[in-house]
Design a protein around this ligand. Structure first.
Ligand SMILES: Nc1ncnc2c1ncn2[C@@H]1O[C@H](COP(=O)(O)OP(=O)(O)OP(=O)(O)O)[C@@H](O)[C@H]1O
Ligand SMILES: [Mg+2]
Length: 262
């Protein structure tokens, strides 16, 4: 049974389609990277998988069920810029929320929940900031708190919207290590990102620009032709991708070379 099954999903804002007949399937434990330009519909697709976005057409199943029945099995790390911090919570409260979803709103955190939350904070190096109001943390620190919340939730499916935006190199590496570890522990991980040089770690890449431009292994998907189709031939970007991802160049006689040594 697929972890995520997206079938002909179409979403429009004010009759303006932002996702057009998007279909793909991801097996449990597979890691998926979603890439595409600003406004391509990446965040909208994640929200749709979470059941936070009304579909105009199509269907999404998570672990073979409608999303609302699978909701507790999904952790979500939103794009930080979109989070409203207008409520009075500490970093620790945010992480504990990851436990509360499992118990429903009437539950209270017990000792085990607190231990799991503390351990998650430790894993992202945020123990010293537990009691700090979330709004008084830097962007990268807030992101780590969200990752700790997702870890505490022990979710089978992890959705991350641009976890690498505005983090330093050490945090980026920490997030990559966590993703690898989650994957080893059996979670299915979906990551929206703009970074081409990490795509080799993912089993599947979805190139999105309202439609699915390409879906498959990194080697199949990241070709110059597909990048042109996704990014509309913005050359500086293509060159960057080219340098960092060994884009395969196909020649007329059919032979393929890679632009970097690999
Ligand atoms: N609530 C909304 N109402 C109307 N239009 C919206 C809304 N949210 C997003 N959009 C539009 O839908 C399109 C897709 O937005 P989305 O946030 O999914 O893009 P994205 O691929 O995540 O972009 P980015 O890389 O900038 O995060 C954009 O054109 C955006 O302006
Ligand atoms: Mg987005």
């Amino acid at each position: 049974m697929p972890a995520i099954q997206v079938t002909e999903v179409t979403v429009a804002y004010d009759a303006w389609p932002v996702l057009r007949s998007v279909s793909f399937e991801l097996r449990p434990k597979q890691m998926l990277a979603i890439i595409g330009p600003n406004g391509a519909g990446k965040s909208t697709l994640l929200r749709a998988i979470l059941g936070l976005q009304r579909l105009d057409y199509g269907r999404i199943l998570v672990f073979g069920r409608p999303v609302r029945q699978a909701r507790q099995r999904i952790a979500y790390i939103p794009q930080i810029e979109t989070v409203d911090w207008d409520f009075p919570v500490t970093a620790q409260d945010v992480v504990l929320m990851g436990r509360m979803g499992l118990k429903g709103w009437t539950g209270r955190p017990n000792r085990e929940d607190r231990n799991i939350a503390a351990h998650a904070m430790e894993r992202v190096g945020m123990t010293d900031f537990s009691q700090r109001h979330i709004r008084r943390l830097s962007g990268g620190q807030q992101r780590r708190v969200f990752i700790a919340r997702a870890l505490a939730q022990q979710a089978e499916l992890m959705l991350m919207d641009e976890p690498f935006a505005s983090v330093d190199a050490i945090t980026e590496q920490a997030i990559l290590d966590l993703i690898d570890q989650l994957s080893k522990e059996g979670s299915t991980v979906v990551v929206v990102n703009h970074d081409f040089h990490i795509l080799d770690r993912f089993a599947r890449v979805l190139l999105l620009n309202q439609r699915v431009v390409a879906f498959g292994s990194p080697g199949e998907v990241v070709t110059e032709q597909n990048l042109q189709a996704t990014y509309g031939g913005r050359l500086s970007l293509l060159q960057q991708a080219d340098e960092s991802l060994r884009v395969r160049m196909k020649y007329d006689d059919g032979h393929t070379v890679r632009t970097n040594s690999d």
